[in-house]
Design a protein around this ligand. Sequence first.
Ligand code: TXA
Ligand code: MG
Length: 441
Amino acid sequence: MFATADTGAGVDATGTAARAGALGVPAVGTADEGDGGASGVAIAEAGGGGGGGAGVARGWPAHAPSTETKPASVRRAILARYRITRRLRSTGGRMASAKDAGYMPSMPRVLVVDPGAPDVATIAEAVRVLRAGGLVALPTETVYGLGVRALDERAVEGVFRAKGRPSHHPLIAHVLDEERARDLAASWPEQASRLVRAFWPGPLTIVVGRAPRVPPAMAGGGDSIAIRAPSHPVARAVIGALGEPVAAPSANRYQGLSPTTAQHVVKQLGDAVDLVLDAGPCDTGIESTVIDLRGAVARVLRHGALDTATLRGILPDLESRTEDAREDQPRASPGMAARHYAPRAALLLARTRDEAQRLARGLASNGKRVGLMVRSPPAAASAEVLVRELPDDPAEYGRALYRTLHDLDDLACDAIVVQGVPSDEAWWAIADRLRRASERN
Ligand code: TXA
Ligand code: MG
């Protein structure tokens, strides 16, 4: 089952110990320690909250230059220089590590765009690429999406190829508003209107019956369709200028870490994407909440940025436990694979901060390069372990989660040890991501 009050924060102590063993470290005591780490200590996050307002994507050597108006030869030279510097920075000067990580090294076209006031010419270029059947990575308030025209079956198939995603995993159609959403639905329950009037535009995805005009590939061959209206001005500008819905799964390789910056997209997808719109870091940093409205009772299929307590203000009967995500069971949300959202490094979940610290130290003393993610400062700093303190608030933690995992991956960690999160509902979206990220293949 999904992490619930009785299962703690999804920490599979036996699995963690076994994985630590596989990395050459004796298993540490786990299950019977502490209370799941709900320490209640509020910690200011190291490195800030990563809000989307600045318009500067951190980590680029310089912003990807807009080369649109330059002659082709100049354009190539600028991009080549940019590509090399960026790659060296993102790998700490070790270009081999990007290759080892299986990342696609070639650089796609990147256009920098102001997140608050997107430039008309840049949006027009994105629309041109989409109309030609291309793939455009674009920012949303949750994570970066890999956009294509949702009603163009061939373009939709291209997304599955670029991500390496199985074709039965359905995609979300992104629209501007309820009216455009209804065009995609075979029927529109009253609950849908209530929900979207309260939460759109924003990080809520609803699943309803699919209208015949929507290609079956969008729904992984099924008869439903997932729809959301994003609030990010760049996503809205692209959808508005295109005048059609945009399919946009998170812009990462299948089962990989979701991207919250344009450089996260580039390192995973490289030039499998035709164009990347770089509007800096995403505000929310974790995916939308997905709700199934096909049954009598609305049900959460994926916990996400919009928490269930807030949703219950509109739908008091909302069923919020999700099904078991094991691969061998049929699921209402076929995209919810057991292993998902995973960094390249092995991710090990520990119950408490102290346990996480012991595990990290053990790995480091065995010569492993180790990252440690905790919600309060470790008892004693240890030079060999790369410590990252995350906030003790679920929304703030969610904003920092993927960024921190990407950072530790870029530092070529062999393992990332994570202190488990509290078991209450407000943390379920985070617990879900951590648990799936820690699944072995
Ligand atoms: O925040 C988000 O939702 C991001 C941004 C880019 O909008 N998108 C995203 O898409 O996370 P993706 O494809 O990575 O995840 C879509 C989730 C999967 O868990 C999938 O199973 C579920 O939505 N889903 C999509 N269509 C569905 C359908 N027809 N029925 C049930 N679940 C569906
Ligand atoms: Mg995804």
